[in-house]
Design a protein around this ligand. Structure first.
Ligand code: FES
Length: 91
């Protein structure tokens, strides 16, 4: 089924792009813009966005990586103690 008529993008194209991005980087956030870029295209009229997003949401590989969840509830990565570099008291 064609999802974006301006750029002739099908739901198979969207699924393939999402699967490819998730396989390349399991921590990446996948957005419609990234899907367009992965397909070498860019949106024109934007009239397909709700269908485009709906198609993206049906893909199991779209889920947000665990380390990026719950960022709105005050538990941000900035609020968490950094375990990579110990605190230094003589700075
Ligand atoms: S239908 Fe997708 S940008 Fe126009």
């Amino acid at each position: 089924m064609i999802v974006c008529h301006c750029q002739n993008i099908t739901h198979q194209d969207i699924d393939a792009a999402i699967d490819w991005m998730r396989a390349a980087d399991e921590t990446t956030l996948i957005t419609p813009g990234k899907v367009y870029r992965a397909l070498g295209k860019s949106p024109d009229c934007g009239g397909c966005m709700s269908l485009f997003l709906g198609t993206m949401r049906k893909n199991d590989n779209l889920e947000v990586p665990m380390n990026l969840r719950r960022l709105r509830g005050g538990e941000t990565q900035e609020n968490q103690a950094c375990k990579a570099t110990p605190k230094s008291s003589n700075i």
